[in-house]
Each structure stands twice: as structure tokens, then as C-alpha cells.
Design a binder for this molecule. Structure first.
Ligand code: SAM
Ligand code: MD0
Ligand code: SF4
Length: 368
């Protein structure tokens, strides 16, 4: 028998009966990690009771690692201009006729201070690959990060798109703690259909370059883009093996004016199962529940999938957009820090203090 056959046999056997699921989950609940076949078996679960057990085990492991503390990230999408044309993204360059904005440094600093005062643990400075911010050797981007860093004491994440290697030390020196850049899929062929005209290896290398500069890194995958269970298992493994301290899944939300606008929206089950499997395979990683897919209605189910971070908190009435959900729950105040703190309270959970959050990231920060 070839190795390939053996592997396939193991996968088929592992996926089948619930006893096997229980076996995998009890190994996972002891934080002994998961191998490739076990990861694929768990993301492939179909039986409702098995899936419930998966979520319960993910919660147990999360609570053991992080107690009842959840950290909260404010989202500042400060420029919606972009030179790229990702097939899934509303802000792709060729989607003309939508209102775009670029906030000034003063606006971004003031927004970040407001988020800090409201109680976030981190400010995520996100933009499209905006040529204006990239001009003059990325001067606008670096200036934005260092201006926010001078004004706030909370952690900073930069989500500025793919950069050349030499820019990462400057991002770190400007004061960023984190660099986020999502591959979306680790299936090269699917990547090419999603991130049109972008280089797979260049994007994957971002995380290694960032880490060498002493930045914490976040990697992510999309579900509902034509991915199979095997693709999702591959992504979970690759994201873990890359050593990214924060890893995520988000369900694709179809966007008007894009080549994927007529795709049937999928529910969030695959996303939540992927999150739960990440939690079991990599117990100490930070895993976000994004409000950018189903708004606050989707919060509890993502906490129940093992998340320990809430992202895409957006203050109301400041004309800031989400990425996948441009306006859902923003101006009604549901994505405000205060409302999220109240929701967490109702779930018997507390927002991390900034000291707690800082010691959590210090323990994980790579050496430059
Ligand atoms: N422009 C930078 C980049 O692409 O890396 C940073 C921001 S980008 C807008 C952040 C992420 O939002 C993407 O990597 C993708 O995972 C997610 N996203 C964008 N459009 C989405 C959609 N329609 N549905 C779900 N997630 C989406
Ligand atoms: C989120 N809309 O967390 C944000 C975004 C970028 N670092 C994060 C995808 O859902
Ligand atoms: Fe631009 Fe990011 Fe949207 Fe791609 S996902 S089109 S890089 S903003």
C-alpha cells in the first residue's frame, strides 16, 4: 500500500463514526493538539450532536487558556481606496461608483483616542492598498501608525495590504504591535481566482517578514468561496504552522458590483467549525469573532465556537465602514464598544484589562 492510500484510509475511517469524534475531542481537550487527519475529520463533521460536542470542547479549551476574559479590537478602516481587484471585495479598484474615503491623520488619531477611552484593547488600522498611502516609500502609512502610537497607549495592529520586506522594520518602529494579512485560502488555484493578479508566495511571505521584524502576525481564511473541507483543513494547518499568534476565519459575504455578487451566501457554520478546530489544534492562539459578517447577532455563536477576541468594533456616526458589512449595526450603535461590553456581561464574560491584554501579547511577541 502506498503512503497516499494509507493517508486516505485514515481520513475515511476518522470521518465516519461518532466514537471516533469523541476520541479526537478527548485528545484535543487535553490540549495534545491535532494531526492533519483529525483536523480534516473535525471540519468534515455532519452530525449535529458531533458538531455541538466540537463547540463545547472548543469552549472548554478556550476557558482553560483565557478564563472568562475576552479582548476587544476597535476597527479603523481609514482608507477604502485600493489598487487591487480581489474578486470577493466591495472595495476592489474596478468597483467604480461607490463612495470611498481617506481619513486624515488628525481624524484617525482622534478616532483612535475615542476607541481607547471607550475601552478597546487594540486599534486595528486598516486600509486598501491605497497608492496615496504607499507613495514616497510608504510615508503616509508610517506616519499614520506613528501618529496613532504617540496618541494612544493601547496596542496597534496594522492591516495595510502586502508590503515589500524592507518596510516591516519601519512598521514595527512606528509602533505597530501586530501585522495582519490574510491569505484567504492555502489552495493556490483558489487563491488565484480570489486575489486576481496577486502573487501567492509574496503574500504568504508577508507573515515571515513581519515576524522577523518583531511583529506579531495574524493570518486568516475565508469560507464560502468554493473551499472544500480539505481546503479548510489545509488552511488551519498552514496558519498554525506559520506560527501566527492570531488566526481567523470569516464567511464570505457577496458584494454588489463584484464578480462574485451572484454567489449564494452561505451560513456561518463552516466558519465557526473552522474556528473551533483552530482552537483545539492551537489552544493558545488568539482567535477573533468578527462582527463584520453577521453583526452583533453573530457574536454569541462565535464566542461559543471558541473565540477569545472580538474584532470589527466600529463607533457610530463617524462615517467609518466595515469590510464585508459596510454599515450593518454601525449607526445603530450595536458595534460600539459600550454595547459589546454589555453583551459580554450578559454572557458572564469580561473585557480584558489593557494590562491583561498587554501581558498576553508580550508572552507571544517574536524577537526581532
Ligand atoms: N486591504 C488589505 C488586505 O486585503 O489585506 C487589508 C484589509 S482587507 C479589506 C481585510 C480582509 O477582509 C480581507 O483579507 C478578507 O479576508 C476580508 N474580506 C474582504 N471582503 C470580504 C467579503 N466580501 N466577505 C468576507 N470577508 C471579506
Ligand atoms: C474584522 N473587518 O476584523 C475587520 C477586518 C482586518 N485586520 C480586519 C477583516 O472583521
Ligand atoms: Fe483591496 Fe484588500 Fe479589498 Fe483586496 S481585500 S480589493 S487588497 S481592500
Amino acid at each position: 500500500m502506498t503512503t497516499e492510500n494509507t493517508t486516505r484510509d485514515v481520513i475515511t475511517r476518522a470521518v465516519r463514526p461518532s466514537e471516533d469524534t469523541e476520541g479526537i475531542l478527548s485528545k484535543a481537550s487535553e490540549c495534545r493538539g491535532l494531526d492533519r487527519n483529525e483536523i480534516e475529520a473535525l471540519v468534515s463533521l455532519k452530525d449535529g450532536r458531533d458538531i455541538e460536542r466540537l463547540f463545547e470542547t472548543a469552549q472548554e479549551v478556550r476557558d482553560r487558556m483565557f478564563g472568562n476574559r475576552i479582548s476587544v479590537y476597535g476597527f479603523v478602516y481609514f482608507s477604502t481606496h485600493c489598487r487591487n481587484s480581489c474578486a470577493f471585495c466591495y472595495y476592489r479598484q474596478t468597483n467604480t461608483g461607490l463612495p470611498r474615503y481617506r481619513k486624515t491623520r488628525e481624524e484617525v488619531v482622534s478616532l483612535s483616542c475615542d476607541l481607547e477611552d471607550a475601552g478597546v484593547n487594540l486599534v486595528d488600522l486598516t486600509m486598501g492598498e491605497d497608492p496615496v498611502m504607499y507613495a514616497d516609500g510608504y510615508a503616509g502609512l508610517i506616519d499614520m501608525i506613528s501618529s496613532v502610537n504617540e496618541a494612544v497607549d493601547v496596542a496597534i495592529m496594522a492591516s495595510p495590504g502586502a508590503l515589500p520586506p524592507e518596510v516591516f522594520p519601519r512598521i514595527r518602529e512606528a509602533g505597530a504591535d501586530w501585522y495582519a494579512c490574510y491569505q484567504e485560502t492555502h489552495n493556490r488555484e483558489l487563491f488565484q481566482r480570489m486575489r486576481l493578479d496577486q502573487d501567492y508566495d509574496f503574500r504568504l511571505s508577508q507573515k515571515a517578514w513581519a515576524r522577523s521584524a518583531g511583529l506579531l502576525t495574524e493570518e486568516g481564511m475565508l469560507t464560502g468561496i468554493g473551499d472544500t473541507a480539505k481546503d479548510r483543513a489545509d488552511s488551519i494547518l498552514e496558519m498554525g504552522e506559520l506560527g501566527c499568534q492570531q488566526i481567523r476565519a470569516m464567511t464570505f459575504v457577496p458584494q454588489c458590483g463584484t464578480p462574485m455578487q451572484d454567489r449564494r451566501p452561505t451560513d456561518s457554520l463552516s466558519e465557526r467549525m473552522a474556528m473551533a478546530v483552530m482552537r483545539l489544534a492551537y489552544p493558545d492562539r488568539l482567535i477573533p469573532a468578527s462582527l463584520d459578517v453577521e453583526g452583533t447577532d453573530g457574536l454569541a455563536s462565535r464566542i461559543d465556537a471558541g473565540a477569545n477576541i472580538i474584532t470589527s468594533i466600529v463607533p457610530p456616526h463617524l462615517n467609518l465602514a466595515g469590510v464585508a458589512q459596510h454599515d450593518l449595526d454601525i449607526d445603530n450603535g450595536h458595534r460600539s464598544v459600550q454595547h459589546i461590553i454589555e453583551m459580554l456581561d450578559g454572557m458572564g464574560r469580561k473585557v480584558s484589562t489593557n494590562n491583561e491584554y498587554k501581558s498576553m501579547i508580550e508572552a507571544r511577541r517574536p524577537k526581532a
